[in-house]
Structures are given as structure tokens and as C-alpha cells.
Ligand binder design. Structure first.
Ligand SMILES: Cc1cc2nc3c(=O)[nH]c(=O)nc-3n(C[C@H](O)[C@H](O)[C@H](O)COP(=O)(O)OP(=O)(O)OC[C@H]3O[C@@H](n4cnc5c(N)ncnc54)[C@H](O)[C@@H]3O)c2cc1C
Length: 173
């Protein structure tokens, strides 16, 4: 947990893409390391009726989309950054805290790719939650791809995805 004035808090604040998100100052920022941490944080927020924002890659430009002001707090998902390509190389499992620039290079080393954002700074969490598409989606046959989300929502009415398993395609020529 970090508070205004601390180096960690200020570093996280300026990492947002849009100034209007940077300008919002939450009472504190929390950085869960596991899905269980996330569950505990959500439960505490809901039980105590504390408003919160969820931040993966911070590229949403809408004010208040992934940051919050005043008595609210922001959840930084950057530490949920696991990454594993399946042995059969047909799927990849990754945490919501990663950005597409961290997903593509290790896949490309194996001649593989996934349906992701074009900008390397875009977070996988917000991108997948928003159902975005990439430029070459038709060429990699989106209809054959599937994504399975790990959902964390104990005692919380909102479903949130913190980890996803996505089917892979060989790279287009
Ligand atoms: C410079 C730039 C380049 C872009 N390039 C592309 C592109 O190439 N292709 C494309 O399709 N789009 C692109 N976008 C749009 C981008 O995909 C969306 O803005 C996306 O929502 C950003 O996700 P994020 O995780 O980086 O942002 P965040 O601001 O962290 O999150 C976006 C939203 O998703 C929510 N969210 C994040 N993680 C989770 C989670 N685990 N569970 C539930 N909700 C969550 C947040 O609360 C927030 O409301 C671009 C945007 C910018 C500013």
C-alpha cells in the first residue's frame, strides 16, 4: 500500500497514459500479488463501501476509468504478471498486469502470436476487458481463438478478470 508523497505512489501515478487520469489522486494505492489478495481487497472495499478503481496498463484515456480521486483507492495489478506458454504451444496463460509489449516477444521467438494490442504499452487487462481487436485479426482467424478468464469475485457483485488463457496462432507471413 502506498500513500501520496511516497516515491512509489508518485511513480504509479505518472505511469498513466492520460494527464486527466494522472490528475486524480486516490487516498492510497494497493498492489495485490495474488488472486487471493485481490479477493481480500475487493471484500474490504465492498464491506466498507469504499469506492475504488482498477488499473492494469493505464492506457484508458477516460477520466476516472482506472484511477480515482479523494477518498477512493486504486488497485495496481502490475504484480499479477505471470506468463506461461503451454507445452503444446497452443495456448498461453498470462496475468492482467502485463502489457502487450511483454507478451509478443516471447511468443514471436517460437513463431507464435496472440490477438492483442498494437501499442506495446497497452495493458492486457483493459484491452481484453474491452473486447478490442488487433489490425490483423482477420488474418489470424479470430473465430478460432478463445480466451478463458480467471474470475475473482468473492462477496463482490462485479466479475473481474485477473488472469487469462488465450489460444495461439502461428504468425502470419
Ligand atoms: C496510445 C494508445 C494506444 C492504443 N493502442 C491500441 C491498440 O493497438 N489496439 C487496441 O485495441 N486498443 C488500443 N488502445 C486502446 C486500449 O486498448 C484501451 O484503452 C484499453 O482499455 C487499455 O487497457 P489498459 O489495461 O492499458 O488500461 P487501464 O486504464 O488500466 O484499464 C482500462 C479499463 O479496464 C479495466 N480493467 C483493467 N484491468 C482489468 C481487470 N483485470 N479486470 C477488470 N477490469 C479491468 C480498468 O478498470 C479500466 O476501466 C490504445 C490506447 C492508447 C492510449
Amino acid at each position: 500500500m502506498t500513500y501520496p508523497g511516497s516515491a512509489a505512489y508518485e511513480t504509479a501515478q505518472v505511469a498513466y497514459y492520460a494527464q486527466q487520469q494522472i490528475d486524480l489522486e486516490p487516498a492510497c494505492r494497493v498492489g495485490p500479488k495474488t488472486a487471493a489478495d485481490v479477493a481480500a481487497i475487493l471484500k474490504a472495499a465492498v464491506d466498507n463501501k469504499i469506492p475504488f478503481a482498477v488499473h492494469s496498463g493505464g492506457h484508458l484515456t477516460m477520466i476516472g476509468g482506472s484511477n480515482i480521486a479523494d477518498e477512493g483507492f486504486s488497485i495496481d495489478l502490475g504484480a499479477l504478471n505471470n506468463f506461461k506458454i503451454a507445452k503444446d504451444e497452443k495456448s498461453v496463460t498470462f496475468g492482467t498486469g502485463l502489457r502487450w509489449g511483454q507478451i509478443f516477444p516471447p511468443l514471436a521467438e517460437k513463431g507464435l502470436t496472440a490477438v492483442g494490442g498494437r501499442d506495446p504499452g497497452v495493458g492486457v487487462g483493459g484491452y481484453l476487458a474491452g473486447g478490442k481487436l488487433m489490425s490483423f485479426v482477420m488474418r489470424v482467424q479470430f473465430s478460432r481463438m478463445s480466451i478463458f478468464f480467471q474470475v475473482v469475485s468473492p462477496s463482490c457483485p462485479i466479475s473481474m478478470a485477473w488472469e487469462a488463457t488465450m489460444s495461439l496462432s502461428t504468425r502470419w507471413p
